[in-house]
Ligand binder design. Structure first.
Ligand SMILES: [Zn+2]
Length: 407
């Protein structure tokens, strides 16, 4: 019997290992896979004298860790293209909201859609993401806003993982917006989340983490603290939509609960970022939403760097503020809008995105023992992954050592 299932030769490898300079690159390398994990990698000259069931020469192509989209709202009913057009024709957000538009129109469409309709549209988006090199996708609920529909969304997210072969991480985001039925009694909605929804999804193992939206028009820190305490009481880690449109002290709140990540952060204070650094809470930057909302307040990238905060990048795929299914487009935008370097951007969708999901022991870099999630690219250097716009350089995607069908 062979020692390895698969040996990839004549490859250039960007290991993205923490602390390694220059993408952790290995020129003229080889990678061996056994039982879905990386069994060996290094310069071709050092390949151990072992046997492989299959050997593939990749003609000098680059291999990076498969990409990880650590913040999406992939499951939703309908779209908001008409609203997008109206806003650019001069209609204000308030007028659109009064006419039944905005996030509550997505809530309505999601509640009305059948599970199969929601599954089909989300599955299409997941496949588009995979064609850009993404193997792991985090999917949030948050357009159901009642027990039955939040559960429906999480079940669909789980089904996408089971059907597609992609790795799906699910997040309960019931505290995303105020449901219309609870407009004047927000604390009672928080009661519902803490007393009914979280115990139910924990018992059925439907979510891997719990998220909330901290903003003046959404939920305040006291309400979010209750949701987080409830999540942690059943062993679920938390994350937070924080300081996107104003400084609501979301970064510090996330750090206080040792959140996996605080996401957006355009208005986060220096103190909040320092607290995140101490707590090991990752920052997830979402340039697609920044672009779509015509934001001008940049996230505090230098503070994040100086406090050694993990900087991840994600699509925030959602119908209202970031209708994007391309994580490579997010990398390109993060370079251009936030002035991240191409290497920071690749780390942001691999190593640091794994940190933002609590998966860093299992994936995000190419190191022996980690899952063999590999993106194989037709490029001359990994910096091109942030450079090109509108190009699809992915040659192959492997998840746990198996090639994913991208059609
Ligand atoms: Zn979001």
């Amino acid at each position: 019997m062979a020692n390895w299932d698969l040996l990839l030769t004549d490859v250039r490898i960007a290991t993205m290992q923490r602390g390694a300079a220059g993408y952790g690159a290995i020129e003229d390398g080889a990678i061996a896979i056994a039982d879905g994990k990386l069994a060996w990698l290094g310069p071709a000259a050092d390949i151990p004298d072992l046997t492989a069931a299959e050997t593939r020469s990749l003609s000098g192509r680059w291999i990076t860790p498969a990409l990880i989209d650590c913040h999406t709202h992939l499951v939703f009913g309908g779209d908001r293209a008409a609203e997008f057009e109206q806003r650019l024709q001069g209609t204000s957000y308030e007028e659109i909201a009064k006419a039944g538009g905005g996030i509550l129109s997505t809530v309505r469409a999601t509640r009305e859609a059948s599970p199969d309709e929601l599954f089909d549209s989300a599955m299409r988006r997941a496949q588009i993401m995979a064609a850009d090199g993404v193997a792991t996708i985090e999917i949030k609920s948050g357009y159901g806003l009642d027990v039955a529909n939040e559960i429906k969304m999480l079940e669909i997210a789980r089904r996408i993982g089971e059907t597609s072969g992609l790795s799906i991480q699910t997040t309960l985001l019931a505290a995303h917006a105020i449901p219309p039925e609870f407009e004047d009694r927000r604390d009672m909605y928080i009661d519902l989340i803490c007393d009914e929804l979280i115990p139910e999804i924990a018992a059925r193992k439907l979510a891997d983490s719990v998220d909330a939206y901290c903003e003046t028009f959404a939920f305040n820190p006291e309400q979010i603290s209750r949701v987080f305490q409830s999540a942690q009481s059943v062993g679920l880690p938390v994350k937070l939509h924080a300081d996107q449109l104003s400084d609501g002290h979301g970064a510090a709140l996330a750090a206080r609960f040792n959140a996996l990540s605080a996401d957006h952060l355009e208005y986060a204070s220096a103190e909040g970022i320092a607290a995140m650094g101490k707590a090991g809470t990752a920052a997830v930057l979402l340039p697609g939403a920044f672009l779509t909302l015509h934001e001008t307040q940049l996230p505090p990238v230098d503070h994040l760097r100086n406090n050694n905060v993990s900087i991840a990048i994600a699509t925030d795929c959602n119908p209202g503020t970031s209708p994007s299914c391309s994580l490579r487009e997010s990398m390109a935008l993060a370079c251009r809008l936030f002035r991240l370097t191409p290497e920071e951007c690749l780390a942001g969708v691999t190593r640091e995105a794994a940190v933002a999901l609590g998966l860093e022991k299992d994936r995000g870099t190419l190191e022996v023992g980690k899952r063999a999630d590999l993106a194989i690219w037709d490029i001359n250097h990994p910096r091109e992954l942030s450079y090109w716009l509108g190009v699809r350089p992915l040659a192959d995607l492997l998840i746990a050592g198996r090639t994913v069908n991208l059609n």
